[in-house]
Write a protein that binds this ligand. Structure first.
Ligand code: BGC
Length: 247
């Protein structure tokens, strides 16, 4: 099925039409800078622009950095608080005239990895952790997603783990790879103690630098980098929208 996948991030909003049976892009990815403040109405205009760019009239899948319950944003850790309570599916459907499915960004990356990437064919419990501005998580049991896990916000040393172990924390505090990796390792060890995953897949921008910190990780769960990396959000968003019927 052909679906327009859109990945909404803090700095850019990226989209491409995706053939969901293969994960292949049917046209070059298009990126538009996230409008200043990233308010709902402004972001909806960019989603409309992306649909227009691809002359799109079919289903659209979007991923967004918040917990999304039946289309409604429930949290806003790194986005404007006005998103909380917004039915993003209705907002974007109104803007584009297309049926829209919205899901959490880490969940989207996870769907892409489980279908086409490092988690393909892996059973048991798989945890995807995306390392970026936030710390996103997606949890799969025998290939089925448990949505909106938000495990990046567990308490660690009395503070939100994301504030200590995200890529943004590393940059903000100008941490060496070793210091940051020790924190991230503590985080992964907490995940292991709570969930006992069979596999951990690392995604997000931070995972591209795995060679710089892998040797500091002591957790004994198998850890692999995401394979669909830059495009995981777009592909996963499209996969999530597969059930929508074109109108
Ligand atoms: C948000 C999550 C999101 C993650 C990665 C966190 O701050 O709470 O919903 O998946 O960042 O963007």
């Amino acid at each position: 099925m052909e679906i327009l996948g859109i990945d909404i991030g803090g700095s850019g909003i990226k989209g491409a039409p995706v053939e969901t049976s293969t994960g292949a892009f049917l046209a070059d990815r298009h990126r538009i800078a996230t409008p200043e403040g990233a308010m709902p109405g402004e972001v909806a205009k960019v989603v409309k622009q992306l649909a227009k760019h691809f002359a799109w009239e079919g289903p659209i899948g979007c991923c967004f950095p918040a917990s999304i319950q039946h289309g409604v944003a429930r949290t806003a850790a790194n986005v404007d608080k006005s998103w909380i309570g917004t039915n993003i599916e209705h907002l974007f459907a109104g803007a584009t005239g297309c049926p829209v499915r919205v899901l959490n960004d880490a969940d989207a990356a996870g769907l892409s990895e489980m279908r086409f990437g490092a988690g393909k064919g892996v059973g048991g419990l798989v945890l995807i952790v995306t390392i970026g501005t936030g710390l996103g998580t997606a949890l799969f049991i025998d290939g089925v997603l448990v949505p909106n896990t938000e495990l990046g916000h567990i308490e660690m040393n009395g503070v939100d783990a994301e504030l200590q172990a995200s890529d943004a924390a590393r940059k903000r505090e100008d941490l060496s790879w070793e210091v940051w990796a020790r924190r991230f390792d503590q985080y992964l060890r907490a995940m292991r103690a709570l969930l006992w995953p069979d596999l951990i897949i690392l995604g997000g921008g931070g995972s591209k630098k795995l060679s710089k910190f892998r040797h500091y990780l002591t957790v004994d769960t198998p850890i692999v980098p995401a394979a669909t990396l830059n495009n995981a959000g777009i592909i996963g968003a499209a996969l999530a929208a597969e059930a929508l019927q074109a109108t």
